[in-house]
Design a protein around this ligand. Structure first.
Ligand code: C2O
Length: 585
């Protein structure tokens, strides 16, 4: 099987060479071979599922307009899917790789080929496994450059450097599903823990630079659960894109990325020849949770000509890990590059208005179990008081296409069941108590093709207020406003930026605050909207949109490829559907 695909790949490459000279869009083909591999970022050897034997996995490079063909061969012991985080998947929603939403998983010793066009977006994204915690080690960069002959909307950098931030547990990845989930042991930069960690003292991610040159850092937060601050000693950077959408150039000395977010930033080596640390540190926004005294994970920038033995490198002064105002300043100050490539103005008319409360709640503790949550219960996550339950026998999109009843309910509400003081929640009445115990359901919201959806996402303080990174599959949304406290429709609606709002596929909703999002549902299919902190929650801060077909075959959901994996239950396969992840702290 493996060799066959390689032969195909070679053949494809020849065909691709023949055609690439006449067409500006190409077919880019890759083989992702999922296999267990032994790695040792800290002191112990661990067996992890990997792609092509490396952590992080391979970088995939395309140009806007290309067709990407990826053969995934699963020789690991896990069920997997691969998701192309942030890719629009226009008319190709079967290729979204969302486990049990657009496909059943690829089982061990099986394969599946993802094939889709990458159009209308440029910048840095990531690919990752979409079976709960497996993306901890199954991830990599997906870099989309402009079509050939088209420039970047900023001076051409001398070199481009992917920086992938990862979260590492020094245990078997399968154990990440334990309840309570363990606290992670390290953060990695491009697979390396660096000199802050034991057994990693002499290993460090090094970026060699030439004084005066400018580098494009393509930064990805691939951590499972942790927002990260990133800073470089003595250097400012200029942000030029987030989540593969160009931004107004934004000069900063610090940035924050939620899990799943990306930032493209220009770094000019404009300091005296020497060595400078870059560092990442967790941002912990939850109030009342002690902030662990962790040392930053570091990489090193080495100027050409620097004497590596002499003085010690300069260190960046990191913000404290609960620095909400620094996080908020960076997040809310980014604006889009109006008139830049792929920019489309904000639609003024809204067809669907939703107000969604988001946060933690409780799930009754099963009999004969000891639960560590408040009131002796388990934690649960919810949107409008619904905890999403993954379908188990068929993907949501197949159930939708074939009209199979009993798999999901089209009843995701536009409002929470109760209006209350969301941020300062106090349990006083019976109905308050009910708000603490969300309903477990597979709920979807159906929307008409091409309608404009506006969502006010209100972070609640039901158990604790903390930032949740909400990620929408299949679309970018405009972030029209960020705020703290309870959203006030009269006062806050006036604050919307309808001129140059930032766009994202993942947004960190401020702790005890809200965001206003808008997107145009121009892509038929079933699309997840979920918190991108995986092991943190019982996969429950989730809902799904069903975008109905448009008027033509072109605007309708196509039939699935005949090779789409089918669901069978094999109890010997590690499978997230049968386990329940608990809150880790
Ligand atoms: Cu990056 Cu649904 O995921």
């Amino acid at each position: 099987m493996y060799r066959l695909h390689l032969a195909n790949e070679a053949l494809f490459f020849i065909v691709f060479l023949l055609f690439s000279s006449i067409a500006s869009a190409s077919v880019v083909e890759h083989l992702l071979h999922v296999q267990n591999v032994i790695v040792k970022p800290l002191c112990k050897e661990q067996i992890i599922p990997s792609v092509n034997g490396s952590l992080p996995g391979p970088t995939i490079n395309v140009r806007e307009g290309d067709t990407l063909v990826v053969h995934v061969i699963n020789n690991s012991t896990y069920n997997i899917t691969i998701h192309w985080h942030g890719v629009f998947q226009l008319k190709s929603s079967w290729m979204d790789g969302a486990n049990m939403i657009t496909q059943c998983p690829i089982q061990p010793n099986n394969d599946f080929t993802y094939r889709f066009d990458v159009t209308g977006q440029e910048g840095t994204l990531l690919w990752h496994a979409h079976v709960v915690n497996l993306r901890a080690t199954l991830h990599g960069a997906l870099i989309i450059r402009p079509r050939s002959g088209r420039p970047y909307p900023f001076p051409k950098p001398y070199k481009e450097v992917p920086l992938i931030f990862e979260q590492w547990w020094d245990i078997d990845v399968g154990l990440l599903n334990l309840r309570p989930a363990p606290v992670s042991d390290a953060m990695l930069i491009n697979g390396i823990a660096g000199d802050s960690y034991p057994c990693s003292k002499n290993r460090m991610f090094n970026l060699n630079v030439v004084q005066g040159k400018t580098y494009l850092l393509r930064i990805i937060n691939a951590a499972l659960n942790t927002h990260l601050f990133f800073k470089i000693a003595n250097h400012n950077v200029t942000v030029v894109a987030v989540d593969a959408i160009y931004t107004t150039p934004y000069l900063t000395d610090v940035m924050i990325l939620t899990p799943g977010q990306t930032v493209d930033a220009l770094l000019t080596a404009d300091q005296p020849i020497g060595m400078y640390y870059m560092a990442i540190i967790p941002y912990i926004s939850a109030k009342g949770i002690p902030t662990p005294d962790v040392s930053p994970t570091r990489g090193l920038i080495i100027y050409e000509g620097a004497t590596t033995s002499s003085s010690s490198p300069s260190e960046p002064l990191m913000p404290p890990s609960n620095d909400i105002s620094t996080a908020h300043k960076f997040s809310s100050n980014i604006t889009s590059l109006v008139g830049g490539p792929h920019w489309t103005p904000v639609p003024r008319h809204v067809d669907e208005k939703m107000f969604i409360t988001m946060g933690l709640g409780l799930d009754p503790c099963p009999p004969n179990t000891k639960c560590i949550g408040p009131l002796g219960q388990r934690y649960a996550g919810s949107l409008n008081n619904h905890t999403f339950v993954m379908p188990e026998s068929i993907s949501l999109q197949e159930a939708y296409l074939y009209n199979i009843t009993g798999v999901y309910a089209n009843d995701f509400p536009d409002q929470p069941p109760l209006k209350f003081d969301y941020v300062n929640f106090q349990q006083r009445t019976k109905s308050d108590y009910k708000m603490m115990f969300p309903e477990r359901k597979t709920s979807v919201k159906t929307i008409k093709f091409n309608s404009t959806v506006e969502i006010v996402l209100q972070n609640t303080g039901i158990l604790t207020a903390e930032s949740h990174p909400m990620h929408l599959h299949g679309f970018n949304f405009y972030v029209l406003a960020y705020g703290f406290g309870n959203y006030d429709p009269l006062r806050d609606a006036r604050k919307l930026n309808l001129f140059n709002p930032q766009m994202h596929n993942t947004v960190g909703v401020p702790p005890g605050g809200w965001v206003v999002l808008r997107f145009v549902a121009n892509n038929p299919g079933v699309w997840l909207f979920h918190c991108h902190m995986d092991a943190h929650l019982p996969y429950g801060i989730i809902m799904a949109f069903i975008v109905q077909n448009g008027p033509t075959p072109e605007t309708s959901l196509p039939s699935p490829p005949s090779s789409l994996p089918q669901c069978t239950r094999d109890p010997t396969i590690y499978d997230s559907r049968t386990t329940n992840v608990d809150l880790s702290y």
